[in-house]
Design a protein around this ligand. Structure first.
Ligand code: NAD
Length: 418
C-alpha cells in the first residue's frame, strides 16, 4: 500500500474532522431512506429481437409521436438506421434530436426540450450510451412540464414524470437505463451536476446485444470498466443489501469472463456483448440503491477538469481505490475475489489478489491506471471537490481519508507508476 497514506504523515486540518463527523451522521440518517426509496426498475426486453419488440411495446402503449434522442456520432451509424426502419414499419410519427455529445451540458438539454415541445411529443426513445440516456431523463419531464433544467440537479428536486420513456443502451455500460440518476455538465461552472429523481427511471429498457457489435474496442473497454466499478463500489457500499450483493457478484463474474472477449472480438462475439449488457444493467439496478464511492468522486473530477471519458476515468482510479480499501474492507474484498474464481488461503491474500486482478484486467484492455493528466496546480481544488461530492451525496464508502493532505497524497500516488 502507498506509504504516503499513513495518517501520521499529515497533521490534522481544522474543519476536516468536523466535516467527516457531519458526513457520517448524514450517511447514517440516509441509510434507512435509501433502503426504502421506491426506486422503480424498468421493464426489460432483452435479446436479438429486443429492438423490434421494444418498438411494438411502444406502439402498444399508444405512443404515436415519440422523439428519438441520440448523440451526434451515433446518428450516423447503421444501427441507428435499423431503429428508424423499425419505427417506419410501425408507422410512428417520430422526430429525431441528435445533438447530444458525451457528458452533455445544460445548453444541449435546453435545445432538446425545445425540440420535444415543437414536435408535440408523447414519448421518448433514448438510444446510445449514458450521455443520451441521461440527457433524455432530464429533457423528457422538463419538456412535458415546462421546468427549467438548471433547477433540477440535487436530491429529489425533479418530481414530475415525463412521457413514456424507452431506453436503448448501446454501451455496456453505465446502467443508466436502470438508475434514478442523470449526470449533466454545467457549462458555466465546469462541474458535473447529478440529478437524483425517482421519476426519471425509464419505463422500458431494451437490451439488444446486436446493437453493440460495432462498439469500438476502446469504448467497449472503458464502458465495461464503468460497469465493473459500479458493481464493486456498490458491493463495498455501507448501504449494500443481500439483493444488491447478489446482483453485483454476478455482474463482476460476468464482466471478468466476458469483457476481455468483447474487447478483443466484440464485432463477432455476440455472447460476450449479451453478457456485458446484462452485467451493466444489473449493476445499474444495484448501485442506484446503494450509491457509489471514492472511485466515482475522483473520476468525476477527471472528467470535469480534463475531459476524461467517464468509464476510462473510473477504470484508471478503481485499482488504486481498491488498494486503499484493503485495511477497511478485507472480508468483502475476499468475497468478491472468491466469486470471480481467484485463489488465496486467507482473506488478506484474496483481497490482494482482487486488486491484482483489476490491474491485470486493465492491462488486458490496454488501460493504464496512471493519472498523468492531473496538473499539480489543480490537486488542491480536485481534493476539495472529491470531498464535497462524496460527503454531500452521501457516498457510503467503507473507508475514509483522515485529512485533505492524505487524499492529496493519494491522488499524487495515482500519478506515478506503482
Ligand atoms: P457516451 O454515451 O458518452 O458514448 C460514448 C461514445 O460511444 C459516443 O460517441 C457514442 O456515439 C458511442 N457509441 C455508443 N454506442 C455505440 C455503438 N453501439 N457503436 C458505436 N459507437 C457507439 O458513453 P457512456 O460511457 O455510455 O456514457 C457516459 C455518460 O453517462 C457520462 O456523462 C456519465 O457521467 C454518465 N453516467 C450516468 C450514470 C447514471 O446512472 N445515470 C452512470 C454512469 C455514467
Amino acid at each position: 500500500m502507498n506509504q504516503s497514506l499513513h495518517p501520521n504523515h499529515h497533521s490534522p486540518e481544522p474543519g476536516f474532522a468536523l466535516r467527516q463527523t457531519l458526513y457520517k451522521g448524514w450517511a447514517a440518517l440516509a441509510k434507512p431512506v435509501y433502503r426504502v426509496l421506491p426506486i422503480a426498475s424498468p421493464e426489460v426486453i432483452s435479446g436479438n429481437q429486443a429492438l423490434a419488440e421494444g418498438i411494438a411495446e411502444l406502439a402498444k402503449q399508444g405512443i404515436r409521436r415519440p422523439v428519438v434522442i441520440t448523440d451526434t456520432a451515433f446518428v450516423g451509424l447503421p444501427v441507428f438506421q435499423r431503429l428508424l426502419d423499425t419505427m417506419n414499419e410501425a408507422r410512428l410519427d417520430y422526430s429525431v434530436f441528435s445533438d447530444i455529445v458525451p457528458d452533455p451540458d445544460f445548453s444541449i438539454i435546453e435545445r432538446g426540450i425545445e425540440h420535444c415541445r415543437n414536435h408535440d411529443f408523447d414519448g421518448v426513445i433514448a438510444i446510445g450510451g449514458g450521455s443520451s440516456i441521461d440527457a433524455t431523463k432530464v429533457i423528457n419531464p422538463c419538456a412535458r412540464h415546462n421546468i427549467d433544467p438548471r433547477r433540477v440537479p440535487g436530491m429529489l428536486k425533479l418530481r414530475k414524470r415525463g412521457h413514456y420513456f424507452m431506453a436503448i443502451p448501446t454501451t455496456a455500460g453505465t446502467g443508466s437505463e436502470a438508475t434514478a440518476a442523470a449526470v449533466i455538465t454545467d457549462e458555466l461552472t465546469h462541474q458535473k451536476k447529478v440529478v437524483i429523481s425517482l421519476t426519471v427511471v425509464p419505463e422500458l429498457a431494451v437490451l439488444d446485444p446486436s446493437l453493440m457489435m460495432g462498439l469500438p474496442p476502446g469504448i467497449t473497454a472503458a464502458t465495461g470498466m464503468d460497469a465493473l466499478t459500479h458493481a464493486m463500489e456498490s458491493y463495498l457500499s455501507r448501504y449494500a443489501t443481500p439483493k444488491t450483493d447478489a446482483l453485483n457478484l454476478e455482474s463482476m463474474a460476468r464482466i471478468f469472463d466476458h469483457l476481455p472477449r468483447a474487447f478483443h472480438d466484440g464485432a463477432n462475439d455476440e455472447e460476450a456483448r449479451r453478457q456485458m449488457a446484462i452485467a451493466s444493467h444489473n449493476a445499474g439496478v444495484a448501485f442506484t440503491r446503494t450509491s457509489v464511492g471514492w472511485v466515482h468522486a475522483i473520476a468525476h473530477q477527471l472528467g470535469a477538469f480534463y475531459g476524461v471519458p467517464h468509464g476510462l476515468a473510473n477504470a484508471m482510479v478503481l485499482p488504486h481505490v481498491l488498494a486503499f480499501y484493503l485495511p477497511f474492507a478485507q472480508p468483502r474484498m475476499a468475497q468478491m475475489a472468491r466469486h470471480i474464481g481467484l485463489k488465496g488461503s486467507t482473506d488478506a491474500d484474496l483481497a490482494l489478489a482482487l486488486v491484482d486482478a483489476v490491474h491485470n484486467l486493465c492491462a488486458q484492455l490496454q488501460i493504464q491506471p496512471l493519472l498523468t493528466m492531473v496538473k499539480e496546480e489543480d490537486i488542491s481544488q480536485i481534493t476539495r471537490n472529491v470531498i464535497n461530492e462524496a460527503y454531500r451525496s452521501p457516498y457510503p464508502v467503507p473507508g475514509y481519508f483522515r485529512s485533505y493532505g492524505e487524499l492529496e497524497a493519494f491522488i499524487r500516488g495515482m500519478m506515478v507508476a506503482r
